[in-house]
Design a protein. Structure first.
Length: 194
C-alpha cells in the first residue's frame, strides 16, 4: 500500500510479518531479552563523567597510599565480573561491595622507583574501563607515574589508579619535580611479588 504526499509515493507502514511463516514463542522472546541485557552489560559505560578537580600536589601526595614509577607488565580486563554485577543490579540485587564493580581492569606493574608505600618489585592496581569512570587507558610496556589509593575489598586491600592522579611518565615533569623536592623518599621496591 502506498500513500501519496507532496508528489511522492511513500510505502505505508504495516505490521511486521513473521518470516517463513514462523511465529516467535515466549521462550524465544525471553532469550532475546536476556541477550540484550548481557550485551548492554558488556559494552555499556557508566553514564556519569569523571570529575577530578585540581587539588594541589601536596594534597594528592599526602592522600595517596602508594606513589611509584612503573612499567606495565600485563593488563587483564574483568568483563565477566562486570557483567555479573550489571545483571545483579538490573534484577535489583546489588553487589554487597558495589564500589568494587567499577574497577574492571587489573594492571600489573614492575615498580622502577618508589616514592611512597610501594615496597614490592611487582604491584597490581585496579582501574576503571574508561569512558567516564576515571579509568586509566594503560598500555603494556609503557612507563607511568602512579599515585595509588588503597580500597578495601573484603579482607584484601586493592590499589586503585585513576586518570586524575596517574600519568605517562613522559607527561609527569611537574609531579616528578615535586617528588624530587621532598625531603625523603622510600628506599625503593624490594624483590617480593604482590
Amino acid at each position: 500500500m502506498y500513500v501519496q504526499a507532496s508528489g511522492w509515493h511513500l510505502p505505508w507502514p504495516t505490521a511486521p510479518q513473521p518470516m517463513n511463516g514462523t511465529v516467535s514463542s515466549p521462550m524465544a522472546t525471553h532469550r532475546g531479552k536476556v541477550l540484550v541485557v548481557l550485551t548492554v552489560a558488556l559494552v555499556s559505560q557508566p553514564a556519569l563523567g569523571c570529575s577530578c578537580g585540581h587539588p594541589p600536589l601536596e594534597q594528592v601526595h599526602s592522600r595517596a597510599d602508594a606513589v611509584f614509577e612503573g612499567r606495565v607488565q600485563s593488563i587483564s580486563h574483568r568483563y565477566l565480573r562486570y557483567a555479573w554485577l550489571m545483571i545483579r543490579s538490573v534484577v535489583g540485587a546489588p553487589d554487597p561491595d558495589d564500589s568494587y564493580a567499577s574497577y574492571g581492569v587489573r594492571v600489573t606493574f614492575e615498580v622502577t622507583k618508589s616514592w611512597k608505600g610501594a615496597h614490592l618489585r611487582h604491584l597490581t592496581v585496579l582501574t576503571g574501563r574508561g569512558g567516564g569512570d576515571c579509568g586509566v587507558d594503560f598500555r603494556e610496556h609503557s612507563d607511568y607515574l602512579v599515585f595509588g589509593y588503597a580500597e578495601r575489598n573484603g579482607e584484601a586491600r586493592d590499589l586503585i589508579a585513576t586518570i586524575c592522579t596517574t600519568k605517562l611518565l613522559t607527561n609527569g615533569a611537574r609531579e616528578l619535580a615535586f617528588l624530587r623536592a621532598l625531603p625523603s623518599a622510600d628506599a625503593g621496591p624490594k624483590n617480593k611479588k604482590h
